[in-house]
Design a binder for this molecule. Sequence first.
Ligand code: HEC
Ligand code: HEC
Ligand code: HEC
Ligand code: HEC
Ligand code: HEC
Ligand code: HEC
Ligand code: HEC
Ligand code: HEC
Ligand code: HEC
Ligand code: HEC
Length: 312
Amino acid sequence: MKSRRFHKLVTLLLVCTPLTITALSADDASPEYSRKGADTCIGCHDEQATLDLFHTRHGVPSDPRSPFGRGQLQCEACHGPGGDHAGRVRRGEERPPVIRFGKDSETDVLVQNGKCLGCHEESADFAWHGSGHDDNQVGCADCHQVHNAHDPVRATASQPEVCFDCHQQQHAQSLKPYSHPFDEGKMDCSGCHNPHGTGTTNTLFVRQTLNDTCYECHAEKRGPYLWEHAPVVEDCSSCHEPHGSNNPGMVSLRGPMLCQTCHSQAGHPSIPREADGLADAAPSPYLLARNCLNCHTQVHGSNHPSGSKLMR
Ligand code: HEC
Ligand code: HEC
Ligand code: HEC
Ligand code: HEC
Ligand code: HEC
Ligand code: HEC
Ligand code: HEC
Ligand code: HEC
Ligand code: HEC
Ligand code: HEC
């Protein structure tokens, strides 16, 4: 009996991967686990979507760390003990459940995530506990599809959709006329954010600070500059909206208004000299073309010996 079922799994696996696996023996697991591991499960769950797991890193029998590695619990490494679930169910009785994953699951998220973290917590870039996602009980399976050989959240082109499911505000921003190229599949959220937590910033930046994150791809903005512009050194997002904006260059406000959020309207640049409006009053040269950038072109900093006013 055992060897017949085992044979069946091997056959299935041969279709999927050219490897054989060692099924669990009864001694490897406590009694609540099914006696024949995946062979038992696959007896009923033989949908292609389920079996696709064998095309992923989790279905690699030769990797001792994987759920299908020697001595591991196979399907039950994630779904928990399934002995009762797999057993016979009398008419009118409910089949005892196993751990289910994802939004509609009745299993507590902490239990779901605990299964995954049991193997993944040690990994170097994981600081899950205390991250915004952990605190808000987001499940690993809210983002990941582990039975899918092409997990959408791990591909640049399909990742933003997964995130937008919950992050509507960033979705709306990304649809504005000027944004990082999310649509074109050239950029994803994990270019700037590590969704697993970083332990250092509360916005999940991939680098220590916001600016360091931007410098990853916009290295030329790091300087050093002979003449720095203070807000640039401090925080790129004091002028830019990284998820998208209605203004060219993804700036938060247009023209002089952007600069005037910090630079007084009363002083040099902003007020036309003949403000009381006589007909022949010349418009302020500082507002010609209505943009401070016409003169102060080097808004990110200047290396010109006489660039102190960021004009060259
Ligand atoms: C005798 C047939 C049978 C066996 C063996 C069996 N299951 Fe199931 N399983 C079912 C049925 C029927 C359902 C759906 C109805 C229910 O949940 O009562 C189900 C539901 C599930 C679900 C939830 C799926 C969903 O769509 O909600 C998971 C996950 C699952 N089984 C995993 C397993 C695992 C892991 C094993 C092996 C330990 C296993 N099953 C063995 C019959 C079986
Ligand atoms: C029994 C241990 C084990 C469990 C349980 C486990 N994983 Fe894994 N996982 C692995 C191993 C081993 C790899 C391959 C890692 C490698 O090659 O470096 C992996 C790889 C991954 C990958 C990367 C896949 C790829 O193609 O590179 C993701 C994503 C992942 N696991 C998510 C999860 C999630 C989500 C859960 C819970 C539902 C989970 N894992 C449960 C051991 C496990
Ligand atoms: C299942 C819903 C869900 C999904 C999917 C999701 N998030 Fe979140 N995310 C949240 C919740 C809830 C919070 C905490 C409250 C908030 O800030 O909105 C959060 C917070 C964040 C934060 C702020 C950091 C913090 O610590 O508060 C960032 C950045 C973030 N998510 C990025 C992402 C990225 C990138 C993805 C896709 C890879 C993603 N999220 C997918 C629910 C989700
Ligand atoms: C908010 C969405 C989100 C959540 C929640 C999430 N992940 Fe991920 N995960 C990602 C993204 C995005 C990547 C790809 C990262 C990249 O491209 O650098 C990833 C990659 C991975 C990888 C592969 C790492 C590698 O270096 O290749 C593993 C393993 C993994 N996740 C496990 C988990 C586990 C375990 C949990 C739950 C504790 C979890 N993830 C929760 C979005 C998420
Ligand atoms: C690495 C952890 C892991 C392993 C191993 C695993 N599953 Fe799953 N399973 C999940 C997660 C997470 C989901 C939720 C859907 C998804 O991520 O693709 C799921 C979903 C399912 C579903 C239900 C699909 C649905 O619509 O809800 C069934 C049935 C299932 N698994 C059966 C199995 C069987 C049978 C095996 C062994 C051959 C197995 N699983 C191995 C993590 C795992
Ligand atoms: C170019 C870098 C960059 C990319 C790419 C990026 N973000 Fe952000 N994200 C930021 C910065 C900077 C902040 C903090 C300041 C802000 O919101 O302006 C932030 C903040 C967030 C927050 C927290 C907002 C809050 O109010 O606390 C969420 C949620 C978020 N991002 C989700 C996403 C999602 C989803 C994607 C993918 C579509 C994404 N981000 C892509 C840079 C980025
Ligand atoms: C993962 C790489 C990456 C990171 C990190 C990154 N960017 Fe970008 N950025 C891009 C790409 C790609 C473009 C589009 C370039 C193009 O279309 O020529 C871009 C374009 C821009 C533009 C110009 C938009 C325009 O219309 O000309 C601004 C402004 C910008 N990024 C600001 C930021 C800020 C601020 C940060 C940090 C919060 C940041 N970027 C982080 C990749 C990145
Ligand atoms: C004082 C406001 C301000 C700050 C702070 C700022 N920028 Fe800008 N940035 C601008 C303006 C204004 C433009 C030009 C917009 C336009 O095209 O009209 C611009 C354009 C850009 C561009 C596209 C054109 C180019 O020069 O490459 C990138 C990329 C960029 N900024 C990145 C950054 C990064 C990275 C930081 C942080 C290190 C930063 N900016 C901080 C105001 C600012
Ligand atoms: C977030 C606030 C902020 C914004 C927005 C801002 N600046 Fe500044 N700017 C400063 C600060 C702070 C200094 C340094 C003042 C000092 O050192 O006395 C400065 C310095 C300058 C200087 C050099 C002054 C000097 O005496 O050397 C110029 C020119 C300048 N900014 C132009 C602009 C322009 C043009 C814009 C719009 C694109 C702009 N700033 C937007 C805060 C800002
Ligand atoms: C027609 C060119 C021109 C335009 C347009 C212009 N500036 Fe200036 N700006 C100058 C010159 C020239 C100086 C140097 C004045 C000096 O050294 O006395 C200067 C100096 C400054 C300074 C340094 C402090 C000071 O008053 O000496 C700041 C800050 C500044 N401009 C901000 C702005 C802002 C904000 C705007 C847009 C509202 C703007 N400028 C538009 C030419 C211009």
